[in-house]
Design a protein around this ligand. Structure first.
Ligand SMILES: Nc1ncnc2c1ncn2[C@@H]1O[C@H](COP(=O)(O)OP(=O)(O)O)[C@@H](O)[C@H]1O
Ligand SMILES: [Mg+2]
Length: 226
């Protein structure tokens, strides 16, 4: 088994038909992600961080180049293969938690497991909600929770299908400093306990300072900082 879980090969992304004309966002990104690592990606607004995460997770297709995920080329998969792969192997965490307002927390966390027809979805959701410190909030609706609690629920939901890789797009962008720190501590402890690989786009420069596997996206290129 290769140590690499995720690799991009000369990844390019060009948006056509943009109001600014043709926008070349990624210009040959070569990124190698080892199993069970935590990777941080920094970069100014508009540099293509979300674009890169979407390509890594198979939510969008590159203009050129390929993504190799656990030895499988996204380029070789059709849309339905890619969708099935995504549901099983990738977890997503976004800045805006996207919990469904009419479902309670337990139901929100179970949902991707039920879509995957996993008979253990409920027991796993209970375990994950316990892990993220929300076992006393199972029947609460998202609107009855703080931002930090909603993001912790979204993290539990992202892990329900035991994905190999979890992609996080500015997961603390809406949280105050204390809650942001709690979310990063939680991610790092989940990484240690459950072995999932995390790729995290963040603005928290001071938090990532000195950590291994910090990258910066600039001018369409991804470079390692530390
Ligand atoms: N679907 C799209 N169509 C056209 N342009 C896009 C699209 N998505 C993003 N862009 C442009 O690509 C650039 C990078 O966007 P994005 O990846 O969201 O950056 P970041 O997440 O680093 O802020 C921006 O200039 C943005 O306007
Ligand atoms: Mg973004």
């Amino acid at each position: 088994m290769s140590d690499l879980i995720l690799e991009t090969q000369d990844l390019h992304k060009v948006y056509e038909g943009h109001s600014a004309g043709r926008v070349e966002v990624l210009r040959g990104v070569n990124f190698q992600v080892s199993r069970e690592g935590v990777y941080y990606i920094l970069g100014h607004s508009g540099t293509g961080k979300s674009t890169l995460l979407h390509l890594l997770g198979g939510l969008d297709r590159p203009s050129q180049g390929d993504v190799i995920f656990d030895g499988r080329s996204f380029d070789s998969m059709n849309e339905s293969e890619l969708a099935a792969f995504r549901n099983q192997e990738v977890g997503f965490i976004f800045q805006f938690y996207y919990l469904l307002p009419e479902l309670n927390l337990l139901e929100n966390v179970m949902l991707p497991g039920m879509i995957a027809k996993d008979p253990n979805a409920k027991s796993r959701a209970l375990d994950l909600l316990d892990h993220v410190g929300l076992s006393k909030r199972l029947k609460h609706r998202p609107s009855q929770l703080s931002g930090g609690e909603q993001q912790r629920a979204a993290i539990a939901r992202a892990l329900i299908n035991e994905p190999q890789v979890v992609l996080c797009d500015e997961p603390t962008g809406n949280l105050d400093e204390e809650n942001a720190k709690n979310v990063y501590d939680l991610i790092e402890s989940l990484n240690r306990e459950k072995g999932q690989t995390f790729c995290i786009v963040t603005h928290e420069e001071s938090f990532v300072k000195g950590r291994p596997n910090v990258y910066r996206l600039s001018m369409g290129q991804l470079n390692k900082e530390s």
